[in-house]
Write a protein that binds this ligand. Structure first.
Ligand SMILES: Nc1ncnc2c1ncn2[C@@H]1O[C@H](COP(=O)(O)OP(=O)(O)OP(=O)(O)O)[C@@H](O)[C@H]1O
Ligand SMILES: [Mg+2]
Length: 247
């Protein structure tokens, strides 16, 4: 089981008058087959948190531990843009991140994940021959294809039109349920967070973790379901109470 333990995490950028506190004394534990969303206004430290968890940034103080059955875990990432290599075919983009790209098992695994995002026939295409939504699906297949213990996603659907984003959310959720991964998902969109998550972590400006909300509704959820709308209104009310909408 994957576990993330964040203890007294602080991150500052810059010095003197330019100093910014991006994360301030964040404590958080996440474990098991969970889908956790991180929401909050722009600049509240969401990407910084994911970047620290991914090893792209280092903490100013505090610790993060990501383990799988007490050993170091193997994480995967999906960012806002798909970050595909334009000079490699779709299949080669998946193979590029594999430990053993030439083995038959690896190729079959990559094909399986391309099939899961309904791009099984597009392995020979190059990224610029695909739509933005398809490229993002390749990015998701690539992240899952390394079979990570935990998946970090930073606003992966925010550049997409509403219909494409909706279908990708469904695909992502089906893959999450099938693969039993832990997912940590950053979004601006409270509706998206309520639709996808078991748990919603709320950040406020200054990098403060201000709320931790369980969303105890069965999956699949649809934004038009009454219970989902009620849960979304509840989270937005908490935003108002915390004065996050004004920021
Ligand atoms: N490399 C950096 N150098 C200096 N300041 C940074 C750097 N990265 C982030 N910051 C600052 O840290 C704060 C948190 O930024 P971060 O990108 O984590 O916010 P965010 O919640 O992801 O915002 P958004 O929703 O707009 O993506 C912001 O004030 C930002 O300007
Ligand atoms: Mg961000």
């Amino acid at each position: 089981m994957a576990e993330i333990k964040i203890t007294n995490l602080r991150k500052e950028f810059g010095v003197g008058e330019d100093r910014v506190v991006a994360l301030d004394d964040v404590n958080l534990e996440i474990g098991g087959h969970v889908f956790v969303s991180i929401v909050g206004p722009s600049g509240c430290g969401k990407s910084t948190l994911l970047n620290i968890l991914s090893g792209i940034e280092t903490p100013s103080s505090g610790t993060v531990e990501i383990t799988q059955d007490q050993k170091d875990a193997h994480p995967g990432y999906v960012f806002q843009s798909s970050r595909l290599l334009p000079w490699r075919s779709v299949m080669d983009n998946l193979l590029f991140v594999q430990a053993d790209p030439s083995s038959k098992e690896t190729k079959e695994r990559c094909q399986r994940y391309l099939d899961m995002v309904h791009l099984g026939e597009k392995g020979d295409k190059y990224p610029d021959e695909l739509s933005g939504g398809m490229q993002q699906r390749v990015g998701i297949a690539r992240a899952f294809s390394i079979e990570p213990d935990v998946l970090f996603m930073d606003e992966p659907f925010s550049h997409l039109d509403a219909i494409t984003a909706r279908s990708l959310r469904r695909e992502l959720h089906a893959m999450w349920q099938e693969t039993k991964k832990a997912v940590l998902f950053v979004t601006h969109d409270v509706g998206e967070a309520v639709e996808l998550s078991n748990r919603i972590i709320v950040f406020a400006k200054g990098g403060h973790l201000v709320d931790d909300i369980d969303v105890d509704l069965p999956f699949p959820r649809d934004s038009s379901d009454d219970a989902v709308a009620v849960a979304k209104a509840g989270v937005l009310r908490k935003f108002e109470e915390l004065d996050l909408l004004a920021t």
